[in-house]
Write a protein of this length. Structure first.
Length: 234
């Protein structure tokens, strides 16, 4: 495994989007539309107010700021410096408080094990060389009784048609090359990695998204994009 679990080409993609991260009608539009659903999923399964929270692969800070607004003490980490700078600058506009750090989740786990009540890792696992390493580090960072929340894309024909053909080529909601089908992750693969990390999978729920109405909602179908919640035994 690489000393740092990151693909420089993947980081470069998001660096190119940095200046437009907070534009709700720009390339990050789907993230803006999905963010309320993602935050709602977390808030329904964990106490946000007063929690020590970590947002892994925080990007420009959409979920980090939502957690901060909900009353959490938030650390956001990413390995794209230009994107982190945008996240820090946006705090002056929003008035929220987030501690943004340029550090890998594995390095943070070595420095701060058992520190966080909740950890989020959204739309990030499909962009790293070793997703299991990320999940193991997230597990280490959790306090006993803490919860990990993640989202990713299923490796199915429906996900290929929706996230790559539809979103990147037809509707052009995302830049071409944002996703690679081979890196999509089946829920069974996530479940196995979570068990290996000592976590208990509590819930898996799909996300349905209509790009025309810009409405997103939870669904029972996990065929495209899905959320998962796992707990660290107390």
């Amino acid at each position: 495994m690489n000393a740092v679990n990151v693909d420089p080409a993947e980081t470069a993609k998001f660096e190119r989007l940095a200046s437009r991260w907070w534009d709700p009608d720009g390339e990050s539009r789907p993230l803006h539309d999905l963010n309320p659903v993602r935050y709602g999923y977390v808030a329904a399964r964990a106490t946000v107010r007063g929690a020590r929270a970590l947002d892994v692969g925080c990007g420009g800070g959409l979920l980090s700021e939502a957690l901060a607004k909900g009353g959490a003490d938030v650390v956001g980490i990413d390995l794209a410096p230009a994107v982190l700078e945008v996240a820090r600058l946006h705090l002056f506009e929003s008035g929220q408080r987030v501690d943004y750090r340029d550090i890998s989740v594995e390095a943070l786990a070595a420095a701060e094990p058992g520190t966080y009540d909740l950890v989020t890792c959204m739309e990030m696992l499909e962009h790293v060389p070793d997703p299991a390493s990320v999940l193991a580090a997230c597990a280490s960072l959790l306090k006993p009784g803490g919860r990990l929340f993640l989202s990713t894309l299923n490796r199915t024909p429906q996900a290929f048609a929706t996230a790559i053909v539809g979103a990147e080529h037809v509707l052009r909601l995302l830049p071409r090359g944002t996703h690679h089908y081979a890196q999509f992750l089946k829920p069974s693969e996530i479940a196995g990695a979570l068990r290996a990390a000592g976590l208990v999978l509590e819930d898996v729920r799909g996300i349905a998204y209509n790009p025309f109405t810009r409405r997103a909602r939870l669904t029972e179908s996990v065929s495209v994009n899905y959320l998962a919640c796992a707990a660290k035994p107390a």
